[in-house]
Ligand binder design. Structure first.
Ligand SMILES: Nc1ncnc2c1ncn2[C@@H]1O[C@H](COP(=O)(O)OP(=O)(O)OP(=O)(O)O)[C@@H](O)[C@H]1O
Ligand SMILES: [Mg+2]
Length: 307
């Protein structure tokens, strides 16, 4: 009988020893993984399967923490990259108006032969270039804030029909000055969406300003509202030279101005559509562009329908 009890106790001891080794192997592996995380290596994942539920859960939770760290590290790298690109774009873009301002100021400062008319002309140029510089900085600032997710977007129920009508009213004077009668297709039923009024206002005014700027020669501008698959779509379109098919993939890129408008006095800094795209994406919508040169260019964006 004693021999059986001894055998039983020895077996229990062996089982406990093996179990201890088994658990400490897993704990060692967890420690090695933690050391990798400490060294900044987020490509490692725990791959063992443990019959012990607590250790298994520890492994699963540790892997999801590494996933989060990896996401944060990638985002940090992306933001760092775009910050560097931004700084180089800003310095390049600010140099042109700044050089011209300095040139005119130097002339005003040193050239004693300038008459009053010339001085006034020079000051006017300096003033207008400074305004360009100011709006460029404002737009860069806006983009970097959106990219850093530093812009407070408060998603709430928005009466989009009202907002579109208000945006159109805001452009009434410009349309009248250009002798343009916009073609408005807004259904009678009122559309409510999930959105942020400041962001939507910015999207609408950037797109309407573009339609006016690039469509005023043909004097045809239109706006249409429609709903499709739980989204509300707004199409803002205009006539004019339009955008060449090879330019289409780049129109939302920062500082991009299409070939057809590059030499025109009217084109801007190429930041308006970048802001539009970033804001629409933050609101979980989509932006599309379609252009048939010399016929019709349409920018469409969608926002989630409030049901
Ligand atoms: N409605 C449009 N019709 C034709 N071309 C357009 C239209 N909207 C944009 N584009 C082209 O896309 C380019 C980029 O537009 P975007 O609004 O980003 O910049 P921008 O108008 O040049 O400057 P800003 O930063 O002042 O808006 C424009 O320069 C123009 O060439
Ligand atoms: Mg624009």
């Amino acid at each position: 009988m004693n021999i059986y009890i001894s055998f039983f106790l020895i077996s229990i001891c062996f089982i406990l020893i093996f179990r201890n080794i088994y658990i400490s192997n897993h704990i060692n592996e967890i420690n090695r993984t933690l050391q990798h995380i400490k060294d900044g290596n987020f490509n490692i994942r725990l791959r063992f399967y443990s019959s012990n539920k607590s250790i298994r859960n520890l492994g699963v939770n540790l892997n999801s923490i590494i996933d989060e760290f990896q996401c944060m590290a990638e985002k940090k790298e992306y933001l760092e990259e775009s910050r560097k690109r931004m700084v180089s774009n800003i310095s390049h873009d600010l140099r042109t108006p700044l050089t011209s301002i300095l040139g005119y100021l130097e002339a005003l400062h040193k050239d004693s032969k300038l008459n009053n008319k010339e001085k006034k002309y020079f000051l006017d140029v300096v003033y207008s270039k400074s305004q360009t510089l100011y709006s460029l900085l404002e737009e860069f600032f806006q983009i970097s804030k959106i990219e850093a997710e530093d812009v407070l977007i408060k998603v709430e129920k928005i009466n989009l029909t009202n907002m579109v009508q208000e945006a159109l009213a805001g452009f009434y004077q410009e349309f009248t000055n250009e002798n343009i009668q916009p073609i408005i297709e807004i259904p009678e039923k009122v559309f409510f969406v999930w959105g942020d009024s400041k962001a939507i206002d910015r999207i609408l005014s950037n797109l309407l300003l573009n339609a006016l700027r690039y469509g005023k020669e043909q004097k045809i501008i239109g706006i249409k509202m429609r709903d499709k698959n739980s989204m509300v779509w707004i199409d803002i379109w205009n006539g004019g030279t339009g955008i060449n098919i090879k330019d289409i993939p780049y129109v939302f890129d920062r500082l991009y101005t299409a070939e057809s408008s590059r030499n025109k006095k009217s084109h801007g800094s190429g930041l308006g559509l970048t802001i539009v795209k970033k804001l629409v994406e933050r609101l979980k919508g989509e932006v599309l562009v379609k252009s048939i040169p010399n016929e019709k260019t349409t920018f469409s964006f969608s926002l989630p329908l409030y049901k």
